[in-house]
Every structure is written in C-alpha cells, then in structure tokens.
Design a binder for this molecule. Structure first.
Ligand code: GUN
Length: 289
C-alpha cells in the first residue's frame, strides 16, 4: 500500500493572494487620496535584517504603499532612536511603524517598542496590543502568528474544540499564537525547549505549531496521525540552507496537512504586515478623513 502524504499548505500562494487583494484596494482608492504609509527603521547593517527590511519596502512598493525608510548607523543612541520614533508617531503620513529587531546592545528594545504609538504598531509588539490580544479585543496581532491563523482558515482547518499545541513561548510568536488560538476556541497547550517528554504532549495535538527555532525538533513520531502541522521555524543548516523546526520527511507521512519551509509560514509575515498597515490606514482615515 502506498503511503499517503500530507497535503501541503501553500503559504506562498496564500500570501500572494492576500497581497494582490491589498493592491486591488489601493488601486481602487480615489486618485487624490493619501496612500497607506509604512515607516521601516533599521539600526545597523545586520545582513539578515537588511534582507527583511528590503523585502518589506519592496512589498510596499508593489502594493502601492508609501514606504519611509530610516537606516541608522549601528552606534545610534537610544535617545536618538526614541526621538525618531516620536517623530514618526506624530507624522500623519505614517500609518505603521516598524523597528526591525534585533537592535544593537546599547538600545533597550522594550523601551523602543514601548515608545511606538500603539495605533501605529503594525508589528503588534507593543505591550498594549499584546494585552488587547490576550483580552480578545480587536488589535494588531503579531504578523507571523496572525499569518498562521490565515493559513489555517484558508486550509479549512476548524479550531473550535480542537487541541492546539504551540511549541515555543517567544513574545513575537509563541505567546501571541497561543492567544489567537484560544480566541478561536481551541484548547491550547504551550510547550517549549525545556518541556520534558515533548512528544507525549505534541502527540495529542490536532493542530501542532512548531516555533522553537531548533532544526528538526519535531519528528514524525511526535505527531498525531492526520494532524495539521505548522512549521514556523526559520533556521539555517551548516550549508546555509533554510530549514524548519519540523523534520519534513518523517512528518509528512504522518500529518494530514503540513507547511513546508521555505514557502509555508515565511511569506505570510510580510503579507500580514501589509494587511495590518492597511487596517491602520483605514482606521486613521475614518478618524481624521
Ligand atoms: N525581526 C525578525 N522578525 C521581525 C519582525 O517581524 N518585525 C520586526 N520589527 N523585527 C523582526
């Protein structure tokens, strides 16, 4: 008997579709209307950050948003960065502010994120917005977990009453992911790298989200047959190849649906950033037309 392989969730196609629908909305704006605007701030020249920042600015251009790039030297003081954030908070052309992380060590990221106007925090990193998310109130949700929710929805995965297991507890992915799944009426368990006998818990998951940042930490024997497996991992192997937290070869013969790396969750992050920027634009236009 031939082994049935899990169906692949095509994040690249879903992200492209989302971006196309945002472009349609921008194209439909009256000619004299202001475009949505996203400010992208990078401090220093970390190569991975430079790639992300370039991709974010390119996405703005393709969709038709204004993008305001601020590239600051690596030795920028916290006071100077905070002054820029305050200036962007006050700029009516800016709907979203993104400060690319990580920041150089002389800067406290919490102080910077906390200085961003929560109404322009399209990354969803501000404690106010994470608090609203936990309370189930409308807010900007962190882009990667918000993208996972869209993947699940578009793949016909219902969450009500399902057991969702999140492996990872970061402020950017694991914690907001758990809140989003809980808000969608899943029963949620959060595990992490120090959870003993991880497999005993992951094997109970109807929906398994791997977001630890360790190559291949989830293997096929840790997956419940037919489960939906979402791999948020973005790790590099020794050869520099992008790989996820899930060992794809052993997982795809057990799972029902699975995201590949690359081409799964990754492309959704920028698409959701663009969606959050659109939402901010609309809200701000409605408040001050
Ligand atoms: N660094 C890695 N991912 C992200 C992200 O989504 N937003 C920001 N601001 N920095 C990041």
């Amino acid at each position: 008997m031939e082994t049935q392989l899990a169906s692949r969730i095509d994040g690249k196609a879903i992200a492209a579709d989302l971006r196309a629908s945002l472009k349609d909305r921008v194209d439909a704006l009256p000619g004299n209307a202001r475009r949505p605007g996203l400010a992208v701030v990078q401090v220093g020249a970390d190569p991975a950050s430079s790639v992300y920042v370039r991709n974010k600015r390119q996405a703005c251009e393709t969709i038709g948003y204004a993008s305001f790039g601020h590239e600051l030297p690596a030795d920028t003081s916290q006071a100077d960065l905070l002054a820029l954030v305050h200036q962007l908070n006050a700029d009516p052309a800016v709907d979203g502010i993104l400060v690319q992380l990580p920041l150089p060590t002389q800067i406290d990221p919490d102080a910077v994120i906390g200085a961003i106007d929560p109404e322009k925090d399209v990354d969803g990193f501000h404690p106010f917005n994470l608090g609203r998310l936990v309370l189930g109130q409308p807010t900007f949700a962190s882009c990667t977990p918000a993208g996972v929710m869209v993947l699940l929805e578009r793949s016909g995965v219902s969450l009500k009453g399902k057991h969702a297991v999140v492996v990872g507890r970061s402020a950017i992915v694991g914690k907001p992911m758990a809140a989003l799944l809980l808000n969608a009426h899943a029963t949620v368990t959060i595990c992490h790298s120090r959870t003993p006998d991880l497999g005993a818990i992951t094997r109970q998951a109807d929906v398994l989200i791997a977001a630890v940042g360790r190559t291949g930490i989830i293997t096929g024997d840790m997956i419940k047959p037919g489960a939906v497996v979402i791999d948020v991992g973005m790790n590099r192997d020794d050869a520099g190849k992008l790989c996820g937290d899930v060992e794809f070869a052993s997982a795809q013969v057990v799972a029902g649906q699975i995201t590949p790396v690359p081409g799964g969750v990754g492309p959704m992050t920028i698409a959701m950033l663009m969606a959050n920027t659109w939402d901010s634009y609309q809200k701000r236009c409605a408040a001050a037309p």
